[in-house]
Design a protein around this ligand. Structure first.
Ligand code: NAD
Ligand code: DAU
Length: 331
């Protein structure tokens, strides 16, 4: 298969390229990435000679038309992905997440190419801490932030193009990923690199908010299961039963880095902060036979910490600017 991977220089997209190169070397890969602040060609350095890299935007209709016209499947990771940024300035989220997805949809419609759209559990809004229910493909959409509402909008565009124009597409909605190459603006890498840089970790509010953590390689093995065996027009939820509150995660990071339990600051909470996400991945497991490999969060987190320790040259140049932005908001 000839894969067009959008957003392949970002966190999950770059890991997808590495995963695909080693697990499915029979596929050829073209990456389309705009190299925004979140994209980093260095994340692809070790596979650079095995793939084609195109620097450009998913909202560039002429470029997208040309690239889609010479691939078999588009795997669409490209997005503005950070909630806190969307609260500061929503406009790039509209451009990339809505217009970019629309641009790809028109190209796959024209060329009869399959699309797999990567999305998030945040489209469902949040759950109460004691709610026994988890998100399922039947949960109504109820996004909270500019980021999650643009992802919800992009999912609905994909569904409409399937129904109205008969395009061949699948959607996956995944929970919070962790692993190597994640930008230092995100929770886990921010706290790890704070400790490594001699700064105190920062916890929003009380730390009771729950996220359903999954290792990025498990997300990507699920994407491959959907590419191989997913049914046209279907939505699959991806999660690995990894619910933990933020204080628990931070405490584990501190322990693994040999820091005292209380060596962090409570900072201003995120506005509209979603309380809890939780995925019911029964459909993915039963229908496609997918199972996660990284079932021990402590082991996965330890490996992630090692990666940031060993790859300071990858994250150090990003760190000061990110911390300056947070500091300006008391975070
Ligand atoms: P990221 O911010 O690390 O990477 C995004 C990539 O997209 C970057 O390389 C960036 O340069 C590129 N990009 C941005 N705008 C572009 C444009 N207009 N044209 C082409 N490329 C552009 O994001 P991520 O965390 O890797 O997330 C990837 C996808 O997975 C997103 O669609 C996100 O909504 C989804 N997702 C993320 C998580 C998570 O926990 N990180 C969980 C579920 C779903
Ligand atoms: O659920 C999937 C989503 O997970 C993806 O769609 C998003 O792209 C991805 O960024 C992530 O969104 P979150 O907002 O959950 O992730 P973030 O890493 O920003 O924050 C995780 C939790 O940690 C959240 O409750 C906010 C909190 N937090 C975050 C930062 C950056 C802190 O307590 N301190 C921090 O410094």
């Amino acid at each position: 298969m000839r894969l067009l991977v959008t957003g392949g220089a970002g966190f999950i997209g770059a890991n997808f390229v590495h995963y695909t190169r080693s697990a499915h070397p029979e596929h050829s890969i073209t990456v389309l990435d705009a190299l925004t602040y979140a994209g980093n060609e260095a994340s692809l350095a070790t596979v650079r000679n095995d793939i084609e890299f195109v620097h450009g935007s998913v909202a560039d209709a002429a470029l997208v038309d040309e690239l889609v016209g010479r691939c078999d499947v588009v795997v669409h990771f490209a997005a503005e992905s950070h909630n806190d940024n969307s609260l500061r300035d929503p406009s790039p989220f509209l451009e990339t997440n809505i217009i970019g997805t629309y641009t790809l949809l028109e190209a796959v419609r024209k060329h009869g190419v399959r699309l797999h759209h990567i999305s998030t559990d945040e489209v469902y809004g949040d759950l109460e801490l004691d709610d026994p229910k988890k998100f399922t493909p039947q949960t109504p959409y109820n996004p909270s932030s500019p980021y999650s509402s643009t992802k919800a909008g992009s999912d609905l565009l994909v569904r409409a193009w399937v129904r109205s124009f008969g395009i061949h597409a699948t959607i996956s909605n995944c929970s919070n990923n962790y692993g190597p190459y994640q930008h230092v603006e995100k929770f886990i890498p921010r706290q790890i690199t704070n400790v490594l840089a001699g700064l105190r970790p920062k916890l929003y509010g009380t730390g009771e908010n729950v996220r359903d953590w999954i290792h990025v390689d498990d997300h990507n093995s699920a994407v491959h299961a959907i590419l191989d065996r997913g049914r046209n027009g279907e939505t699959y939820l991806i999660g690995a039963d990894g619910e933990k509150n933020n204080l628990e995660v931070l405490s584990l990071i501190l322990e693994l880095l040999g820091q005292p339990k209380d060596a962090f600051d409570h900072v201003t909470d995120r506005v509209g902060h979603d309380l809890r996400y939780a995925i019911d991945a029964t459909k993915l497991r039963d229908e496609l036979g997918w199972t996660p490999k990284y079932t021990d969060f402590r082991d996965g987190l330890e490996a992630t910490i090692d990666w940031y320790r060993e790859n300071e040259s990858w994250w150090k140049p990003l760190k000061d600017q990110v911390e300056a932005k947070y500091a300006a908001q008391g975070q």
